[in-house]
Ligand binder design. Sequence first.
Ligand SMILES: [Mg+2]
Length: 402
Amino acid sequence: MEITEIRTTDVSTDSWGEFVEFPLVTVMSGYEEYNNADGDNPQARRKWMGPVGDVVVEVETDAGITGYGAGNWATGAISTIVEETLSKLVVGEDPADRERLWDMMYRATIPFGRKGAAIEAISAVDLALWDIAGKEAGKPVYELLGGKTKDEIPAYASNLHPVDYEKLASEAQQYAEAGFEAMKLRFRYGPEAGRKGMKENEAIVETVRDAVGDEIAIAGDAYMGWSVRYAKKMLDRLEPYDMEWVEEPVIPDDIDGYAEVREAAPMPISGGEHEFTRWGHKELLERDALDILQPDVHRCGGLTELLKIDSMASAHDVPVIPHSGTNPHLHFIAASTNAPMAEYFPIPEWYEERQNEEKESTYADAIYANPPNAENGAIPVPEGPGTNSELNREALEHFRVE
Ligand SMILES: [Mg+2]
C-alpha cells in the first residue's frame, strides 16, 4: 500500500462548546486581561488560545483506505508543518512502516520541533497510520496493540467548572448517580487571588466532597496556574478532602518544582498533558516529578510514541491516565495493563438546560461521528476497525477555520 495524499482541516475551539468560557484557573491567570476566575471575562481564554482547537488529518492510500488522525492543541502551525514537511516525507511511502516514518518525521522537524506544534503534527499523521493499519486488518486498533486487558473502560467525569456552588454540587451528584466513581473539578484561583482565592479553591473541593460523600474519588485541575510555593500551601490545606490527584500544579518546564510539590503534597500529583515524546516524559519519570502520567495521544507523538511512554511509566510504577478520552485513547487504555481509566466529558444538566434555552447544540467531540459514550461510569471498548475516528462531516464543515 502507498500513501497518496494528506489533507488537513483546522477546527475551531467552538467545537468544544462553551466550556472555554467558564471560570477556572489557567496558566495565564496572572494577567488580568486573560483571567476569568470570576466569570465576568468569558472570552479570556479565547484571547490567548487562538481560534484553532484541533487539526484533523486525513491520509489517503492507493488501496482506497483513508486514515483519520487529529493533532491537539493546536494552531494553524500544525497544518503548515503537515503540508510543508511531513507530507513530503510520507507521501509515496507504505503506511505500515510506522516506526520508520515516525523517526523520519521526528528528525526532519528537530530544528523547529521537539515539543509543541511539530510533535502534535506528527501525532496526527501517526494516528492516521494506525487507523489505516486497523482498517486494513479489519480489526480494532487495540487488537494490534496486544489485545484487550479490560472488558470496559472505567471513566472519570471531567467537568465541574466552578460556575456556582449550587450548580457544582448538583453536577457532582448527577455524575455520582450516573455511576461515575471518580470525577475531576477545576480550581478557580491562583497566587494572584491571595488567601481569599485559596479559601474559594478549598470551598470548591469541599462542595464536591460534601455532595458525593467519601466513596467517590475526586481529582482537581490547576491547569499550570500555580507557583511551587502556592501549590504547597494550597495542597496542604486540601488534605482533609482525600483527593485522588491534583493535576498540573505548576508549569511543565519546572520539573524540579513538580518534584518539590509532589514531595510535600498530601495527595498524588499528576501531569504530562503538555509534555512531548519519550524524551520529555523520561525526564518527568526519572526525576520523580509525579505520581500519575497524563500524556495526550494527539500531542505527545501519536500512538507509536505513547506506547514507548507507557512502557517507561510502567517500569517506574507510574500509571498512565491519558489526557482527554478520545477513541484512539480508548484503544490504548483497552490494551494497556498500566492505564486504569479514561477521562470523559459528560454534559452537566445545568448546561444542557441552558443550551436548550439559548444556544445551538455544540459540544466536545462534535467533529467525530462516534464519540465515546459512558454508561454507568464506564465506556465500552471500541470495536470497529481502526481507531474509530470517523468524522461528522457536517460538524467538520461547520467548525472549519479558514
Ligand atoms: Mg488537565
